[in-house]
Design a protein around this ligand. Structure first.
Ligand SMILES: [Zn+2]
Length: 119
């Protein structure tokens, strides 16, 4: 029981740190996107560069938001005691996988199926 508690604390710490980082990044890229807009001039080359920058920032923040959502869900699972269980087969997610991706929703087998579009 103590060990499990320690483990939960450990993953919680990692998740909260990631959550903080992502929130900062998402806020920053939204601000950068707005600033790129404000700095835009009528020059066509500038406009093109600006829309490229914006697209890049949007893509970045989309990805960050997606991970942030998974981090939030993992913290929810920690709270209700289902953390570390695959959301699909309810089997245990491999420790190595949680080490690499603490917000993983699926075990390796189910993740592979999902990547192939089978889930
Ligand atoms: Zn699974």
């Amino acid at each position: 029981m103590d060990m499990d508690k320690k483990k939960a604390e450990y993953y919680k710490k990692r998740l909260v740190t990631t959550q903080d980082d992502l929130l900062r990044l998402v806020t920053k890229s939204e601000r950068d996107g707005r600033e790129a807009d404000e700095e835009a001039t009528q020059d066509i080359a500038d406009k093109a560069a600006n829309s490229y920058t914006k697209e890049f920032l949007f893509h970045q923040s989309d990805e960050n938001r997606r991970v942030l959502q998974m981090v939030n869900e993992a913290l929810e699972r920690l709270k209700n005691g289902t953390y570390g269980l695959c959301v699909s087969c309810q089997g245990e997610v491999q420790v190595k996988r949680l080490e690499a991706v603490p917000w993983a929703r699926h075990c390796i087998e189910c993740q592979e199926k999902q990547d192939q579009g089978l889930l």
